[in-house]
Design a protein around this ligand. Structure first.
Ligand code: ZN
Length: 302
């Protein structure tokens, strides 16, 4: 696990205030929770959170088993806290050669890859044939091999980037790299456009982003789903994402959403859409519309 926390009081062998310590380091010195908590004062490693955490030492001698359960830090973290120092993945000193890479960090993709055979960013291109839909949804999601701390995880799927974004604090989003030709800011924070926090009066100048919004309403029109997005501040110009039926039905969550929209039944409050592309004004309807160009460019969070 290699769980870490930050010292809030100097310690003779573990370090000074502000230094990161791992649970294993503490476990090596103290065999009981009481002794550890008396001697070591620590807080959450995430600088945004910093809540005081306690230390739970699981005695190996009593267990007779080596692995589970393991010693850990416990505390009441702020909402969305990842309990990790912002730069842990980039600091070689934090990575023990004897331990596997941190499971969360290693799953955060840092490079955006365009799906093969799809023309990007016109806002009007159509996907490949529905026959290409991969029901298992796993084969093309690339993660490079774990190397000497230099490997970069990459993905073609909005789903993977969205899941990573959801796990990061706003602070961590600003620090985490996301490399894509369209993402000039270069971070998770600059790659995403959350309708919940940002100005959506007109989306056309925003350009290509991974947009995220909840659903106001939706309807089916000649094989496409037209989904009206919720905005924090009401706008006179509707924002609509258009998704081909085959694309929406390519995931289980998408199928469930399609059913709701087709039958006009109410959605759960927390249904969010993540979709990649750029909004354009439709001169006929006056709406700002974004057509999802590929099934990897769309994710339903429920
Ligand atoms: Zn925390």
């Amino acid at each position: 696990m290699h769980e870490q926390a930050r010292l809030t009081r100097d310690h003779a062998t573990l370090g000074k205030v502000g230094d990161l310590v791992s649970i294993e380091d503490i476990e090596r010195i103290y065999s009981t929770s009481a002794n550890a908590n008396n001697a070591v004062k620590v807080a959450c490693a995430n600088a945004k959170c910093k809540v005081k955490v306690g230390i739970t030492i699981i005695s190996r001698a009593k267990l007779g088993r080596k692995k589970t359960p393991s010693s850990h830090f416990r505390g009441s973290h702020i909402f969305g806290c990842d309990r990790k120092p912002a730069q842990a993945a980039q600091t070689p000193a934090d990575v023990s050669p004897t331990l596997p890479a941190n499971p969360l960090k290693s799953t955060i993709p840092v490079v955006w890859v365009n799906p093969v055979g799809t023309f990007q960013g016109t806002g009007s291109s159509k996907p490949g044939s529905p026959g290409q839909v991969n029901p298992s949804g796993t084969s093309a999601s690339g993660r490079s091999r774990v190397g000497a701390g230099t490997s970069q995880s990459q993905s073609q799927r909005v789903e993977r980037f969205a899941k990573a974004w959801l796990e990061l604090t706003q602070q961590a989003r600003k620090a985490h790299p996301l490399g894509a030709t369209w993402n000039t800011g270069g971070t998770y924070a600059s790659a995403f456009y959350p309708f919940d926090y940002l100005n959506t009066q007109t989306m056309v100048p925003i350009g290509e982003k991974i947009h995220t919004a909840s659903i106001e309403s939706g309807k089916v029109s000649s094989g496409d789903f037209h989904i009206h997005l919720k905005e924090q501040t009401a706008s006179t110009v509707p924002k609509v994402v258009i998704i081909d039926a085959a694309i929406l039905n390519s995931s289980t969550a998408g199928q469930a959403l399609a059913k709701h929209l087709t039958n006009q039944t109410p959605l759960a409050n927390k249904t969010y859409l993540f979709f990649f592309g750029a909004f354009q004004t439709n001169p006929t309807t006056g709406q700002e519309e974004l057509t999802v160009a590929h099934r990897y460019h769309f994710y339903v969070q429920t």
